[in-house]
Design a protein around this ligand. Structure first.
Ligand SMILES: NC(=O)c1ccc[n+]([C@@H]2O[C@H](COP(=O)([O-])OP(=O)(O)OC[C@H]3O[C@@H](n4cnc5c(N)ncnc54)[C@H](O)[C@@H]3O)[C@@H](O)[C@H]2O)c1
Length: 271
């Protein structure tokens, strides 16, 4: 199956190379010409263990290409993954300008049935927004909108993509679910848990997961302050709490311990 990955940043590049490794023919598109030129020369703009090898292996096999030509990517692909940035606005809400631009480009260039998949982290309701753009700007061809949030962490992104805890697929019709199952078939066969639901629920799974992890970090920072007042040892408290499987040890390392460089776990709030 031909797939177009729009946005060749952290998530787009890892996802594009990962999907190629799962057997898809992937075209990675970015509007940043310097980035695409560098990638075409084999220069990987980010350091991620295993990524360079993943990219070059799939390029050699002819399953991974890089371009700035979004029109060609859309026209030649059955599924278009949106992995562009969603930077925060001054009020903290995500700026969806790039997502909207890609949806408009898909509406303009679609030449048959397309599955439009959001990989970017987007608030609930974005799927509806994309649906509306496609409907209004292209009433001619059928399409499905899918939410397939990404949970990879910087530093272990390749492993997280190829051996995920779960794959979340939010779709409103059976045809799109079949396409997504086909794309992720090798992971399905490896018994990766799949959560198949509606678009809004999938979008909310990502936001709620990020929110919960942020709560865990904030919580242990509050406990650290309490420990300072009470002359208690926050590391001992975190260890004692984390051994409860209902709580778990990850994301329970307080701020002052993180700054010290004792990097025992990923502590940055997820994206
Ligand atoms: N980085 C992470 O760890 C992580 C993890 C999970 C989810 N996410 C989410 O994934 C999304 C992408 O994050 P990222 O870290 O990969 O961002 P990034 O800034 O590294 O990459 C985004 C890319 O999109 C490109 N782009 C923007 N508009 C475009 C357009 N119209 N056409 C083509 N290319 C365009 C940019 O040039 C850039 O290369 C965000 O929503 C982010 O919240 C990130």
């Amino acid at each position: 199956m031909n797939i177009c990955l729009v946005g060749t940043g952290y998530v787009g590049l890892v996802t594009g190379a990962g999907l190629a490794d799962l057997g898809m023919n992937v075209i990675c598109v970015d509007k940043d010409k310097a980035k695409i030129d560098a990638l075409a020369r084999g220069v990987i703009p980010i350091y991620e263990p295993g990524l360079e090898e993943l990219v070059s292996r799939n390029e050699r096999k002819g399953r991974l290409r890089f371009t700035t030509d979004l029109k060609a990517g859309i026209e030649s692909s059955a599924a278009i993954f949106i992995a562009v940035g969603t930077p925060p606005n001054p009020d903290g809400s995500p700026d969806l300008t790039f997502v909207r631009q890609v949806a408009e480009a898909v509406a303009l260039h679609m030449n048959g049935y397309k599955v439009v998949v959001t990989k970017s982290t987007v608030p609930t309701g974005t799927g509806k927004m994309i649906d509306q753009i496609l409907r209004e700007k292209n009433g001619k061809y059928p399409f499905s909108v899918v939410s397939n949030p990404e949970f990879l962490r910087e530093g272990s992104a390749v492993g997280d993509f190829l051996e995920p805890d779960r794959i979340v697929i939010g779709a409103s019709d059976a045809r799109a679910i079949e396409v997504m199952k086909e794309i992720y078939k090798p992971l399905f066969l490896r018994e990766t848990p799949f959560v198949i639901t509606d678009v809004a629920s999938a979008e909310l799974i990502k936001y709620a997961s990020n929110g919960f992890l942020a709560v865990k970090i904030s919580f242990i920072n509050e406990v650290a302050r309490l420990c300072e007042l009470m002359e208690a040892d926050v590391e001992a408290v975190a260890t004692g709490m984390g051994l409860d499987p209902r709580i778990g040890p990850r994301f329970l390392l307080p701020q002052r311990h993180r700054r010290g460089g004792g990097a025992r776990q990923t502590v940055r709030p997820p994206l």
